[in-house]
Design a protein around this ligand. Structure first.
Ligand code: GYE
Length: 329
């Protein structure tokens, strides 16, 4: 009996100690689960926080709705969390709620899709892809590839499949796409519409374009999921993806690597979703009382394609098959 009591007492002490350690609440307002990129991003951040001693993750999936994200942020405030990780489904409309976070002096870490009120609010650090540069690289890859196969003077019809309208990833990539097109007068846009960053919407959008547009030479899809949906539609229409239509995606997810190696896609511009290490490093610095730089940090990213060697300006593409085994997402 005595032994049992001692055991129970020890257990109570251990549990008490564990919960005393896990007292730093890290809240994360995620957009949803629209793509392979998003899944990898969620997994990376969740695992990093959950495996960190003393940290507890409070996670919310907004299912692509801004109003859900606003609700989640207000819940985080009510719960008295210690830090908030935030990425916005769209770029506008965040100032009021983010100022409420500021008023409560909860440190705010901006990640991925940054809000357009970034200069009006306080935040401790900001980290995400350089979307304008990614969009520029997509078109530059297509333009330079066409030159390399002797089609640099040919009139080329381009379709741009955009991401979720109003998302900073869509706004930035579109800006980059259009800016780069000015360098390739032979390429002209014949279609431009949102496929919402999903495979499920990329497929029917491509299907309808193939019915209504005489000739599409190049598809610029602002993420790989939409590109892969388009591949299905192109095959169903009896055309050969990667040959009849040159396809450039973005993100560099595993499925896109597989498609490139199989010859169904031509290239993918990297946008890394692996934010776990950055999040951990930043929160640890925050806990140590360090002041962090407000400069937006863009991770270094590559370009991957069928054969490698395409110079997109400042960076040369790498053959996907050569590095497929090293990919982490
Ligand atoms: O490219 C896309 C995802 O915001 C960078 O969102 C992210 C984008 C990513 O759905 O696949």
């Amino acid at each position: 009996m005595k032994k049992l009591l001692a055991l129970a007492l020890a257990l109570v002490m251990i549990l008490g100690a564990a919960s005393a350690f896990a007292d730093y609440k890290v809240a994360f307002s995620q957009i949803g689960q629209e793509s392979d990129w998003r899944t990898a991003n969620t997994d990376s951040i969740k695992a990093a926080i959950e495996n960190h001693e003393g940290w507890e993750l409070i996670y919310d999936d907004a299912q692509q709705k801004q109003e859900n994200q606003i609700k989640a942020l207000r819940n985080f405030i009510t719960q008295g969390v210690d830090v908030i990780l935030f990425t916005g489904v769209v770029s506008t409309g965040w100032e009021e709620v983010l100022k409420e976070v500021n008023d409560e002096e909860i440190p705010l870490l901006l990640i991925d899709r940054l809000p357009d009120c970034i200069d009006q609010i306080d935040y401790v650090a900001a980290f995400g892809g350089d979307f304008v540069e990614e969009g520029r690289r997509q078109v530059a890859w297509a333009g330079e590839y066409l030159k390399s196969i002797g089609r640099g003077e040919e009139e080329i019809n381009v379709a741009i499949m955009e991401g979720t309208t109003g998302a900073s990833a869509q706004v930035g990539r579109t800006e980059g796409n259009l800016a780069a097109l000015a360098n390739y007068p032979n390429m002209k846009v014949v279609a431009q519409q949102s496929g919402n960053f999903t495979r499920a919407e990329g497929q029917p959008l491509m299907e309808s374009w193939l019915k209504s547009i005489d000739k599409i030479d190049v598809l610029i899809a602002q993420n790989d999921d939409m590109a892969l949906g388009a591949v299905d539609a192109i095959k169903a229409a009896g055309l050969v993806p990667g040959k009849d239509i040159i396809i450039v995606g973005c993100d560099s997810v595993k499925a896109a690597f597989d498609a490139i190696v199989a010859g169904d896609m031509n290239a993918t511009i990297e946008c890394t979703p692996l934010y776990g290490p950055f999040v951990v490093e930043t929160i640890e610095k925050l806990q140590a009382g360090e002041t962090l730089s407000k400069e937006v940090i863009h991770p270094e990213e590559g370009v991957f394609d069928m054969d490698g060697g395409i110079d997109v300006g400042g960076i040369v593409s790498v053959k996907a098959a050569d590095v497929i085994d090293q990919r982490q997402y």
